[in-house]
Write a protein that binds this ligand. Structure first.
Ligand SMILES: Nc1ncnc2c1ncn2[C@@H]1O[C@H](COP(=O)(O)OP(=O)(O)O)[C@@H](O)[C@H]1O
Ligand SMILES: [Mg+2]
Length: 332
């Protein structure tokens, strides 16, 4: 609780040893608060936090054995890279010779070998990010906590650092909790993802399961794109029985698009097929997105661009097909 605001409510979560767990949610959903509770910077008003079976809710952050990377990196601006890395080792009472060896090894590992004497202000965003990661890992804590670690980086660098974080996780095997609002980052990095909404956990699962079988409309929309077929103006056929309080959903890449006169497909028996009018085509590099008006709804279709493939123009009549088994039901 921050005053009258409960930033995180009814949160019950078990992090497995060695896993990479991501807390994903929109801005203001309570992700940072959840991480700060885990880190010991915020004391829970109610409830408990256990590490390896022992309660740590009342243990201050600096007495816990964990590495933290803050969104802003929080490097010590008046200390060189080497001194930044030395800090957690000195805190743990390691002697100077051993500290130097550790720092050399870590600088090498994160490709900053020649930059140990620089001040943080003399580094690029990606280099600062590497120093922050190195500082979190250097004392070899069993737990690593990351708050939006890549959000300050541009796209290419972000992808490169995603790979870097993944390989550090494989190599060091730290139990890692990462907070992000970036769905792609969560899907790429995580063993499991916790989706948060307004201070509560909406769903926890593996990236594949969350994407393929979202439990709620919120998760379906937050992780990727979704066609929610609520009163679509045509009957939705499905293999699964619809449950009350749920709506049908299909992912845009599960729908295929063709001219209305196209021959019947081999698996036509298992498909639903509808006709519609193309509203819009959006070119996005490796794929095309079509907006197709069917009944009273507009369906999004996503297709990979193959050479020589038929394209459609706004106003064209088109036929859409999808497998009935690809229709999901999500709680509203
Ligand atoms: N120190 C604070 N005092 C009062 N309210 C706060 C404080 N920190 C966060 N909040 C509120 O708690 C909620 C969750 O915030 P936060 O955990 O930072 O979300 P996220 O990291 O998902 O963006 C928000 O409504 C935010 O305004
Ligand atoms: Mg935050």
């Amino acid at each position: 609780m921050y005053g009258a605001v409960a930033a995180v409510k009814d949160m019950s979560l078990t992090v497995r040893r060695g896993e990479f767990l991501t807390i994903l949610g929109p801005s203001g959903s309570g992700k940072t608060t959840a991480l700060m509770l885990l880190a010991g910077f915020v004391v829970p008003t109610e409830g408990d936090i256990l590490i390896a079976g022992k309660s740590v809710a009342a243990v201050p952050s600096y007495r816990r054995d964990q590495g933290i990377v803050f969104q802003s990196y929080a490097l010590f601006p008046h200390l060189t890279v080497r001194r930044n890395l030395e800090f957690p080792l000195a805190m743990r009472g390691m002697n100077a010779a051993e500290r130097a060896t550790r720092i050399d090894g870590m600088l090498e590992r994160v490709q900053l070998k020649d930059l140990g004497g620089r001040m943080p202000s003399q580094l690029s965003g990606g280099q600062q990010q590497r120093v922050a990661l190195a500082r979190a890992l250097i004392a070899d804590p069993p737990i690593l906590l990351l708050d939006e670690p890549l959000s300050a980086l541009d796209r290419n660098l972000r992808e490169q650092m995603q790979g870097e974080i993944k390989s550090l996780h494989r190599e060091f095997g730290k139990t890692t909790v990462c907070v992000t609002h970036d769905q792609e980052e969560a899907l790429t990095l995580s063993d499991r993802i916790v989706v948060m909404r307004a201070g509560r956990i909406e769903q926890t699962d593996t990236p594949e399961a969350l994407y393929d079988r979202p439990a709620t409309r919120f998760v379906a929309n937050f992780l990727g794109e979704a066609n929610i077929l609520e009163n679509p103006g045509f009957e939705v056929e499905s293999d699964a029985a619809p449950q009350s309080g749920s709506v049908a959903m299909i992912r845009p890449e599960r729908i295929s698009i063709a001219v209305p006169t196209a021959p019947k497909r081999a698996n036509a028996e298992q498909c639903q097929s509808v006709t519609g009018i193309l509203d819009d085509m959006i070119y996005c590099g490796p794929l095309r997105k079509y907006h197709v008006r069917v009944g009273s709804s507009v369906l999004i279709v996503r297709e990979h661009v193959a050479s020589g493939q038929q394209t459609f123009r706004p106003g064209d009549e088109v036929r859409l097909h999808w497998l009935r088994s690809d229709v999901r039901f999500v709680a509203v």
